[in-house]
Design a protein. Sequence first.
Length: 367
Amino acid sequence: MLKKISIILVAVSIIYACTSSEGEDTTSADNFDRGAMLINIADNIIIPAHQDFTNKLAALKGAGVNFTENPNQSNLDALRTSWYNAYKNWQHIEIFDIGKAEELQYKFFMNIYPLTVADVESNISSGNYDLNSSNNHDAQGFPALDYLLYGVADSDAEILAKYTTDLNSSNYKKYITDVLNQMDTKTQEVVSSWSSYRSEFVASTSNTATSAVNKIVNDFIFYYEKGLRANKVGIPAGIFSDNKLPEKVEAFYRKDISKELTLEALNSVIDYFNGKSYGSSTSRTGFSDYLLYLERQDLNESIVNQFNEAKIKINSLNNNFFNQVDDNNTEMIRAYDELQKAVVLLKVDMLQAFSINIDYVDGDGDG
């Protein structure tokens, strides 16, 4: 009988906890101006970052048109430069998985790596594919362009031949065009949505699972833990597998920018945490200010210091993460360890300070 009562009490507790986290406002008694923080994040970080990315993507698309219309070395170099500039800028965008971006699963169309080359080549060979299909998430976006501009052959002369004399040259050119058009279409949907979504976003200050504050805090931590720490460093280093996996680095075919992309992403995280305006040295209300308001300067300093320690360690690595993992994976693992140290600070300590619940399932088993 007592056992049955205990089971019932546990079940009731679980139901109450789920109900509370999903619908009830569990805001703590602090009077921090969450609205001011959301306004800063929307007006000075998210929207300007997306506007800049739109410009970079327009330049990339224009370079793609020039190359597919006239495939030569000069146009290939220009397309590569535009791809590189846009890819760096993307590192400041992927973290914002909210609103239309979340609805569209925007990032899945832009930067799923490692690329499945067999799917890309099958699409090009058949000329029949649907880039909106989830089956093609790993056959488009920046990784697909990485392959098409650097990895489709062993030399620039052979790469150019794919777009000029190859029997399937027209399909290779069309695939570049279709990938760029897909990236542009998805980006335009996300950017244009902010004209109406912005007012809803800045007003969503409550403490519920679906409020903007709770979602952006969770998205911030999720991106840091998965998109940055795991995808860019941990997975290639073999942290989650029996062996190191250097072929899973970002920008695998260009290779020598993998560290730069990681640092760009970490800088984006640091700026976001500090409420720093995109493309500016001005800092306004951010997560850091929230912690200071709650008199958690100790935690704020610990997070900032750990971000800096991770940055120092990543800076010491080879520009080419493939070579770093292949030649001296111990240093790659140490960089992962420095990134990992901030996970508990963010995922446990910061969430507790903000009285916010985690909203995603951790499959790594690493806390």
